[in-house]
Design a protein around this ligand. Structure first.
Ligand code: HEC
Length: 309
């Protein structure tokens, strides 16, 4: 038993060391920026969220009292965590890895940015960059718009996010965006979430075997990930990309789940035979009853004759 346990432990440590090497964040996620500037009140809210969700493993920042896990969680006040770009911190907290949980389904993206603001308060050299177009006073009240364009080679969709106020149009940079394909039962994400680049653009690859409707069209829908920041801005478009697919009708052929008229032959046959057999038996019983009745009559008449004589 001890041997098994110790070899398990060794395996864990080795595996831990292997993964501990590098935690690379996809290039297009690194540049993601907080949609709002970090302020004292936000850092305070961040402390609350950190105490509830992170402190148990990462300890009090600056104290180095994090849990002895493999790989170690690290102290947020140290360079191990501070060397991350804002977008990297956001990504790592959202996705998690190994014993570091994923928080994307437990915390709103606003909350994760709030925790990042708290973590950054331990770094005196930190200067925040926010998505300037949206948060700067100059563009408050701007209309945020998304547009979608299919690349001529049909292998990717370009999404462009812009802030429009009057006749000035500015790209929305560093914003998380998602692209969905509309299907019968809801929206299906196409590839992962992307971050808009410095021209406000993000590119989503389109698989060549994506099934479309009868005309080979698919309906796509673009959204911001930070809906609380941008509002429920979305852009729906039909794109000519998919394979032409004739919808499969579930009720075209004879099948168990179809209407009576389209039931499978064998069911109709079995059912009819069953009904015939049942009615046959009833008929048989009636005939036998008639026989009994006739015999009874006969016996009666014979008895009556005997009595007469
Ligand atoms: C159950 C324990 C646990 C909890 C809770 C936890 N973490 Fe972690 N965290 C870890 C471990 C372990 C790692 C190291 C993971 C790795 O490198 O594979 C880690 C890594 C990280 C990293 C990456 C560090 C680096 O070297 O780049 C960040 C950032 C981070 N955690 C932030 C947070 C925040 C913020 C929270 C709370 C919202 C949190 N963690 C909650 C265990 C935890």
């Amino acid at each position: 038993m001890k041997k098994i346990l110790s070899s398990l432990l060794l395996f864990q440590i080795l595996a831990g060391l292997l993964i501990a090497q590098e935690w690379t964040v996809p290039a297009d996620k690194k540049g993601r920026l907080s949609p709002f500037p970090f302020s004292d009140s936000i850092r305070k809210a961040g402390l609350q969220l950190y105490s509830l969700n992170c402190m148990s493993c990462h300890g009090t920042p600056g104290k180095g009292n994090f849990q002895a896990l493999v790989p170690p969680p690290g102290d947020p006040a140290t360079d191990k965590i501070q060397h991350n770009a804002d977008g990297e911190l956001f990504y790592k907290v959202s996705e998690g890895r190994g014993q570091m949980p994923s928080f994307k389904n437990t915390l709103a993206s606003k909350d994760i940015w709030t925790i990042v603001s708290y973590i950054r308060s331990f770094n005196p050299a930190y200067v925040q960059s926010v998505m300037p177009e949206i948060t700067s006073g100059a563009y408050s009240g701007a209309v945020i718009a998304l547009s979608l364009l299919l690349n001529p080679s049909r292998d990717s969709v370009m999404l462009k996010a812009s802030a429009i106020r009057g006749n000035s149009v500015v790209p929305v940079t560093g914003a998380g965006v998602k692209l969905f394909v509309r299907r019968t039962f809801g929206l299906l994400p196409l590839d992962e979430e992307k971050t808009t680049n410095d021209q406000g653009m993000a590119f989503f690859p389109v698989p060549s075997d994506l099934p479309g409707d009868t005309a080979g069209k698919i309906q796509v829908s673009a959204r911001f990930t930070d809906e609380d920041q941008f509002g429920p801005v979305s852009k729906d478009t039909l794109l000519q990309v998919g394979l032409k697919i004739e919808p499969v009708s579930l009720v075209k052929d004879r099948a168990m789940w179809n209407v009576v008229r389209k039931a499978p032959w064998w069911i109709i046959l079995t059912y009819s035979l069953g009904v015939l057999v049942v009615w046959g038996f009833i008929l048989l019983v009636l005939l036998k009853l008639r026989d009994i009745y006739i015999i009874g009559e006969h016996i009666d008449s014979v008895g009556a004759k005997k009595n007469e004589s």
